[in-house]
Design a protein around this ligand. Structure first.
Ligand code: FUB
Length: 338
């Protein structure tokens, strides 16, 4: 499959290089780190990769995760605490399989964990669970967030106190099957000259458990204002949305999936459009590339993962490194290997 070809092609060239950062933890496999600062500490909400023996395919069936563990640390480079199981798939009434990349938010004196999982008909939706502590344990709502679909939620709080959920992922993340917010199990991947599938955003309601209004597509355009085509797969959206704000601008970053870049686009509204600016993180070891960006004590950090501990695409480990801006607000490209 293309997955296996990419993997072997990448590993032969990249294995000799030295990583710039070490895994945050090595007693479990972790991936897709969504980092937040709560109560002056950094909390990381990752996927918990496990070796379930599910065979590898282009749908990502080998990412067959069962629970979440939340990590925390007082400082970058400081001791990392694993708070144990925060939510297990058996405690999500509507879940079928595959707990993928989560995110978290704090509002209403409550911590909210947002998670993608396939329902019992094998269709991805996004669920929400609550806790009075950032590390959980979390209690899941009985149904998915109504109107949500696909994978990789990112919940962003704007300066005016509004929350937005960004989401979506193509291929195994099923976003190509959703057009006009309706599901069509037969809808296939876009062809090279067709416009690429776009990520989605919806405002969250005050209770943080519902979408406030319709899900909208997010336009990512080039410097001439043109949308990317599927064949522009080194720039078009694949999965792993993240939204942060820097000096009043909205930065939407994402993975290009089959070309393995984390890149970013900027705009003046949380709904976009966002203009493509460049690469934040070059391909890492392993097929997937997934990140988050936070400010902590006056510096900016990129959380990401690779497969340093296992050498296997579905058994990843989360890492962190500093992220730097140029004077014009552009982000300096990071190579995770020397
Ligand atoms: O971890 C499972 C999936 O792999 C995530 O949801 C994607 O972003 C990719 O990292």
């Amino acid at each position: 499959s293309p997955v296996n070809m990419q993997d072997s092609a990448k590993s032969s060239t990249e294995k000799k290089r030295e990583p710039i950062s070490q895994p945050l933890v090595s007693h479990i496999y972790t991936a897709d780190p969504s980092a937040h600062v709560f109560n002056g500490c950094i909390y990381v909400y990752p996927s918990h990769d496990t070796a379930t023996g599910t065979p590898e395919n282009d749908n990502g069936d080998h990412f067959n995760m069962m629970d979440y563990h939340i990590l925390s640390m007082d400082s970058i480079g400081g001791k990392v605490t694993d708070h144990g199981i925060a939510l297990h798939i058996k405690d999500i009434p509507w879940a079928g399989r595959q707990l993928w990349a989560p995110d978290a938010a704090f509002a209403n004196n409550t911590y909210y964990l947002y998670f993608p999982v396939k329902d019992k008909k094998d269709v991805f939706h996004i669920g929400v669970a609550t806790s009075n502590k950032p590390e959980g344990p979390f209690v899941a709502e009985k149904e998915p967030v109504k109107g949500s679909y696909s994978i990789d939620p990112c919940v962003f709080k704007d300066d005016d106190g509004s929350y937005y959920m960004y989401f979506g992922g193509i291929w195994g993340g099923q976003l190509q099957r959703w057009n006009d917010n309706k599901y069509d199990s037969a809808a296939g991947l876009r062809k090279g000259d067709e416009l690429a599938v776009l990520p989605r955003v919806a405002k969250l309601s005050k209770d943080m458990k519902h979408l406030d209004g319709n899900v909208k597509e997010i336009k990512i355009v080039d410097k001439n204002g043109n949308l990317f085509k599927e064949k522009d797969n080194d720039k078009r959206f694949f999965e792993a949305s993240w939204l942060h704000k820097y000096k009043g601008k909205y930065y939407f970053s994402y993975s290009t999936g089959d070309t393995h870049f984390i890149c970013y686009a900027t705009g003046d509204s949380p709904y976009g459009p966002f203009t493509y600016q460049g690469v934040i993180l070059k391909p890492v070891e392993g097929w997937t590339n997934h990140h988050s960006i936070i400010e902590f004590k006056g510096k900016w950090y990129l959380f990401y993962h690779d497969v340093q501990l296992s050498g296997k695409t579905h058994l990843r480990n989360v890492k962190v490194t500093e992220l730097k801006y140029n004077d014009d607000g552009s982000i300096q490209t990071i190579d995770a290997y020397k």
